[in-house]
Design a protein around this ligand. Structure first.
Ligand code: FHN
Length: 499
């Protein structure tokens, strides 16, 4: 019995050790004492070069998951893979009672059907531009191992499909022409590569095999960055297996090599771990890469949790599922209001929101995604000033919406409109900058600003009321732009009550 308790205590301990520095849902804990880490960060926290500054200013991005999984669209011969596969782009791993016979083999031969007759990269890029995206991430190779570019290092690639043409090149060129920066998604993990293994290679044969896989990975990465020199960064995925974790010396050297050969390249925190197996953040809690890449379908509740790191959040429209999903019925799919809320949540905390699209096997977006792109684009046309090039405003969060700031302009994107039409802004009493003027981005009409020092006992804030016109109708969130300036008179010092 005692032994059992000891074992479970040990398990609990191990669990807490393994999650301590790579968590995305709470404040980042750092060890009490720094330890020596040989394979830690290569670049400084918060690079200040032009590329990184651009990254921090994107605001909105587009993710595209497109590969062979687009053909089934999460179902096969009328049978849904829901419940049998973790997500639509995971359909190759469909198991259980509903899985078709010999499914893996069927899937691995889908490339013989890949011939997207409606694919028009320029159309995609134009849609992304109209939506307001300033960067995009494209899946060059997902976990199935199929390369969406004509790689020299594997036959399982786009050139062997009836389509034949280099999809990646078409996308990189079209988006770059629209002024949208391109990042290449690359899954290290491959389900059907005989040289890949999840476990740590132990025997000489296993080690030799996995070394082949590592060399192949390196070759593909160098090939991608050479073929598509416009690429701004690599978005790694599938790096959680023990085999990759134990290859920390290789991955450290590879990151160095990529950075030397392709100066300015941006690499997120998913690429590698330190020699103690710590992913995203090393054993001292320092970020491994140029930005935090763990905000997948999740958002930080507090700005402080981000610990000053650059970050973005990648988001699906359905609850989960990144690749094309023919049937959205019975699932909650995010509305443009949900997504604009998430966008403002991100930018108000110095992050970007990257919205995922999963085009079908013919190269068409899901009709629901077309609608979202249009609605978000319409909103962005009026309000993008509050999204692009902005920073965390340094004010206490408001119940009404999200603050962002650019130079001496403060923006409040209002999601919860007060019934009395008075938008109350709390400013620290000692602040040397307060709202002086206000207007709505939608019509540029000046709004009344009134200083309302309501005199709450022990309150550290003073208040500025922006008065909305009674006849102002809004169907979506709206942005109030305020100019900041020196307060007229310092807030009166009222006596705090003695109790
Ligand atoms: O397993 C993948 C998943 O299919 C998808 O590509 C997402 C995108 O961020 N990443 C992985 C899970 O973390």
């Amino acid at each position: 019995m005692i032994k059992k308790i000891q074992i479970s205590l040990l398990c609990l301990c191990l669990l807490s050790i393994s999650v301590s520095y790579a968590q995305w849902t709470g404040p980042k804990r750092k060890p009490a004492q720094r330890i020596e880490v040989k394979y830690g960060p290569i670049t400084p926290k918060n690079r200040t070069d032009e590329n990184m500054e651009r990254f921090r200013n994107y605001g909105l991005g587009q993710f595209i998951h497109w590969g062979l999984y687009a053909i089934p669209g999460n179902e096969w011969e009328g049978v849904s893979a829901r419940g049998g596969a973790a997500a639509s782009e995971w359909i190759r791993s469909w198991g259980g009672a509903t899985a078709p016979k010999d499914w893996k083999n069927t899937y691995d031969n889908l490339y013989k059907q890949f011939n997207p007759k409606d694919f028009d990269a320029k159309k995609w890029a134009k849609q992304a531009k109209d939506m307001g995206a300033r960067y995009m991430i494209f899946t060059t190779k997902h976990h199935d191992g199929f390369a969406m570019w004509p790689t020299k290092y594997s036959d399982y690639n786009i050139s062997k499909t009836p389509y034949k043409k280099d999809v990646t090149k078409e996308i990189v060129d079209a988006y770059t022409a629209e002024g949208i920066d391109v990042y290449l998604y690359f899954s290290v993990l491959e389900w059907n590569n005989p040289n890949y293994m999840g476990a740590e290679p132990k025997t000489p044969e296993e080690k030799e095999k996995f070394q082949k896989f590592l060399d192949y990975t390196r070759n593909q990465l160098l090939e991608l960055l050479t073929n598509y020199p416009q690429t701004k960064g690599l978005w790694f995925d599938g790096t959680w297996d023990k085999s990759w974790i134990m290859a920390y010396e290789f991955t450290y050297n590879l990151e160095k090599e990529l950075r030397t050969k392709f100066p300015g390249i941006i690499i997120g925190s998913r690429f590698r771990n330190d020699e103690f197996g710590k992913r995203h953040f090393d054993s001292n809690g320092d970020i491994l890469g140029d930005y935090e890449q763990g905000w997948e379908r999740k958002l930080p509740a507090e700005f402080e949790w981000l610990d000053g790191n650059t970050w973005d959040c990648v988001m699906t429209v359905p609850p989960n599922g990144w690749g094309y999903m023919k049937d959205w019925s019975g699932l909650y799919t995010k509305t443009s209001d949900d997504l604009i809320d998430m966008l403002m949540h991100c930018v108000s905390m110095n992050g970007n929101l990257v919205l995922n699209f999963g085009p079908d096997g013919n190269g068409k977006m899901h009709p629901g995604e077309d609608i979202l792109a249009k609605e978000i684009g319409e909103w962005m046309k009026v309000n993008s000033e509050a999204v692009y090039d902005v920073r965390h405003a340094g004010l206490s969060p408001s119940k009404l919406g999200y603050f962002t700031r650019k130079e001496n302009n403060l923006y409040l994107t209002v999601f919860n409109r007060p019934v009395n039409n008075i938008v109350r802004i709390a400013v620290p009493k000692k602040s040397t900058e307060v709202p002086k003027t206000a207007k709505l981005l939608v019509d540029s009409k000046e709004l009344k600003v009134v200083h309302s020092d309501i005199g709450l006992d022990l309150d550290q804030s003073t208040y500025y009321d922006v008065v909305l016109p009674e006849n102002f109708n809004a169907k979506k969130a709206f942005v109030i732009k305020m100019e900041l300036g020196a307060p007229k008179t310092a807030a009166e010092k009222l006596m705090d009550a003695k109790m």
